[in-house]
Write a protein that binds this ligand. Structure first.
Ligand code: PGA
Length: 250
């Protein structure tokens, strides 16, 4: 049985006082579970506050991005050693918003995943097709290219430690969720591809999250699919009760 992993991607939301309220809300009601891991990924400015508030709870800390470099003249960037020092255990890499607004390619995302793994942290590596690509019936080609690109050069044990997040771009922030059948089909495709690229053992171990308008009312049916091992949640993670409901659905 793979562990279910629910990560909340706060994106560019919540100042310090909102961070305090949200974390306190989550931690006051989260139930201890041996089969589910809950991760919060606040913006950089809230990582320290979040880290202090989750101490002693089962909640884990993640960041939303990382620099390719460890230090130096890279204005505005945050490095992996900095994320480690604030207590991050997970880093989202290659979110579609990074691909869209910051021109991140599969190659850059692959380097970022390697950077995260080299520091002993877990990358949450995002892939997913656009609406245009789905309508052209090239979803499987796109996903195959992305998965091969983002995993290039990773060892089997590195892939086993990583999380892959399948996030159809057309479902992110739109309220349009992939149906459980659509999501399961792509998750199975990704797992089969990993089995071909590595082995069935590696494919069985890798966690594949679904993301894109996951809400309390659709979480259970998505998370009960055999190849869906968790969720990367945007909008619904900004309220403690809806994030908790998704964690409980897992
Ligand atoms: P959403 O975002 O849940 O608001 O669709 C998901 C994501 O971007 O990770």
């Amino acid at each position: 049985m793979r562990t279910k992993i629910i990560a909340g991607n706060w994106k560019m939301n919540n100042d310090i006082s909102q961070t305090t309220d949200l974390i306190n809300g989550i931690k006051s009601a989260i139930k201890p579970s041996s089969s589910t891991i809950a991760i919060v990924c606040p913006p950089y400015t809230s990582l320290m506050t979040a880290q202090q508030l989750i101490k002693g709870t089962s909640i884990k800390l993640g960041a939303q991005d990382v620099s390719l470099f460890d230090s130096g003249a890279y204005t505005g960037e945050i490095s992996l050693p900095m994320l480690k020092s604030v207590g991050c255990e997970y880093v989202i890499v290659g979110h579609s918003e990074r691909r869209q607004y910051h021109a991140e390619t599969n190659e850059i995302i692959n380097q970022k995943a390697k950077k995260v793994l080299s520091g002993g942290l877990v990358p949450i590596i995002c892939v997913g097709e656009t609406l245009e690509e789905r309508e052209k019936n090239i979803t499987s080609q796109i996903l195959t290219t992305q998965v091969k690109g983002v995993l290039a050069g990773l060892s089997a044990s590195e892939v086993e430690k990583s999380i892959i997040a399948y996030e159809p771009v057309w479902a992110i922030g739109t309220g349009k969720t992939a149906t459980k059948e659509q999501a399961e089909e792509v998750h199975l495709l990704i797992r089969t591809l990993i089995s071909q690229l590595y082995s069935s053992t590696t494919a069985e171990k890798v966690i594949i999250q679904y993301g894109g308008s996951v809400k309390p009312d659709n979480a259970k049916e998505l998370l009960s699919q055999p190849n869906i091992d968790g969720a990367l949640v945007g909008g619904a993670c900004l309220k403690a009760d809806s994030f908790l409901a998704i964690i409980n659905a897992a």
